[in-house]
Design a protein around this ligand. Structure first.
Ligand SMILES: [Zn+2]
Length: 141
């Protein structure tokens, strides 16, 4: 497995947002993304019982609002000193579809690691592989 260094500046950016901007039950998780051109974009989750988005998903839109459509690395940090939190299953699927080359910082039993999104979702469903062609001649299997 390729070893990727841990982007501590990115973790600190998310931790700073989690520490200073967490608010009640609605905003409890922060995410930070390193764009392909080196910028850092941050966001918080928007909890709602109907399925309000995790911080990882909000940061995708926040990056797009800044013209950043390709993300290199992402990390999420919980409020109340919970530290780095790995992405949930839904986020893993979204991140893999949006950014197949994304790296995600997670904590593992052996410490903080930077892992490819594909390692977090093995044998994954690839949405684009299963879309039928407009003329009905699709090859989805
Ligand atoms: Zn999630």
């Amino acid at each position: 497995m390729t070893h990727h260094p841990v982007d501590h500046e990115l973790i600190e950016a998310a931790a700073d947002v989690a520490r200073t901007r967490a608010h009640g039950d609605n905003h409890t998780m922060a995410a930070a993304a390193r764009t392909r051109d080196g910028r850092i974009v941050t966001a918080m989750n928007a909890y709602h019982f109907t399925g309000g988005p995790c911080a990882e998903l909000v940061v995708i839109g926040a990056a797009a609002a800044q013209g950043a459509y390709d993300l290199d690395t992402m990390v999420a940090v919980g409020d109340r000193d919970r530290g780095v939190v790995p992405p949930c299953g839904r986020c893993r699927q979204v991140l893999a579809d949006y950014f197949p080359d994304l790296k995600v910082i997670v904590t593992t039993p052996t410490g903080t690691r930077t892992l490819p999104i594909t390692d977090l979702l093995p044998v994954t469903y690839v949405w684009s592989d299963h879309q039928l062609e407009p003329d009905g001649a699709g090859t989805a299997s």
